[in-house]
Ligand binder design. Structure first.
Ligand code: GDP
Ligand code: MN
Length: 350
């Protein structure tokens, strides 16, 4: 007597393993969730999905971070969704405020202009602190010091298929530093001068850029312009040593002084993505094509064997939501046009 699942070809890393909440894990890893107190309701949905599709078997801890103290309601309503360990931290003020080189009057004027021009979140001040925090500070929080990898979780998301293996372990065993599931174009009016700053940085820090980078994915004209492709950072699984290392630290510090987190509306997604494309070897970046994921707006729905095997519930033909090889999600599929051959990648060096 064999179940349907038994007949499917499970890969070696998909063979069942599980860890209990207190068990030592093969990777010191956590979910990291930046949230406001009012986000608890939509976080219950995200946690329900994460637990049912993955974490009830693995019990990785959750870390919640907030610029304000968490309420008891938030703590109770999130903690009660999991048997894994849950940690709550407040963000130090210096990680959620204006650095002294920022002209706050100018920042306000620019917000006003962006709002008038209907730029998404253009007039929103706290959103900018959020993007700057997610770009340069989440990995510096005291609670995060005990961890080597993280998986970012946001309110209102859904996991559309079972995840029958441990992506942290998968990455660690293969020396992968950054994993993503949706690649998408940026709204260029949020980052008008980001690439100019990136180029300035590249000119003076060539030694930080390896030969086998994937800059081609973000610039198709040898570095002249940014095509807007970025990994959608509301889902990401990454190695914290990437952020804590010399290259990223210098890069963030440089961008922070350029002022675009406040004078424009630079997102943490293009910042993480450009850094990953620039500082990592192509093989250190991995598309989790088998992970079905929805964040309001877009979904990635796996196809083929994985869809059946992992009990996916998404409709890949739903063109309004599904990332396809056309339109906004073209970036995802273009990742595959960047082959692993050193010959091609050398040319990709900007
Ligand atoms: P979107 O996905 O870009 O539309 O933005 P979200 O509203 O989902 O915000 C991104 C993440 O940052 C989510 O995890 C939010 O809970 C969190 N977030 C956004 N703004 C704030 C804020 O002002 N304070 C805190 N503590 N978290 C925030
Ligand atoms: Mn979101």
């Amino acid at each position: 007597q064999h179940s349907y699942q038994d007949k499917l070809n499970l890969k070696p890393y998909e063979r069942a393993v599980s860890y209990q909440p207190g068990d030592p894990k093969p990777v010191k890893a956590c979910f990291v969730v930046l949230a406001r107190n009012r986000d608890w309701f939509s976080l219950r949905q995200s946690m329900k999905h994460m637990e049912d599709r993955f974490n009830h078997r693995y019990n990785y801890p959750y870390v919640f971070l907030n610029d304000e103290p968490f309420t008891d309601e938030f703590k109770n309503m999130t903690q009660s969704m999991t048997k894994a360990e849950v940690l709550f931290g407040q963000i130090p003020q210096e990680h959620w405020s204006y650095p002294d080189w920022i002209d706050q009057e100018k920042a306000r004027e620019e917000r006003k202009k962006m709002q008038d021009n209907k730029v998404m979140y253009g007039g929103n001040e706290s959103y900018r602190h959020m993007c700057r925090f997610e770009s340069g500070f989440f990995y510096q929080h005291p609670i995060m010091q005990q961890f080597e990898m993280y998986w970012r979780l946001e309110p209102g998301i859904q996991y559309l298929c079972d995840i029958n293996y441990d992506p942290f372990l998968y990455m660690k065993q293969r020396n992968i530093k950054y994993g993503w599931t949706i690649g998408i174009y940026e709204l260029m009016n949020t980052v008008p001068t980001l690439w100019k700053s990136v180029r300035k940085f590249m000119e003076t820090h060539r030694e930080l850029i390896p030969e086998h980078n994937s800059l081609w994915w973000v610039s198709r004209d040898n570095g002249t312009t940014y095509n807007g492709c970025h990994f959608w950072s509301n889902f990401e699984i990454a190695d914290l040593s990437f952020y804590r290392g010399e290259a990223y630290s210098k890069f963030f510090d440089f961008l922070d002084h350029e002022g675009g987190f406040f004078y424009e509306r630079w997102g943490d997604a293009p910042v993480h993505s450009i850094a990953a494309a620039m500082f990592l070897q192509k093989e250190e970046v991995h598309w989790f094509e088998d992970i079905g994921y929805l964040h309001p707006g877009w979904q990635h729905c796996p196809s083929g064997d994985a869809w059946l095997k992992n009990r996916c519930t998404c409709d890949a033909s739903d063109k309004d939501k599904t990332i396809t090889n056309a339109g906004w999600g073209k970036c995802s599929h273009e990742w595959k046009l960047l082959p692993d051959t050193p010959e091609h990648l050398r040319k990709a060096r900007v």
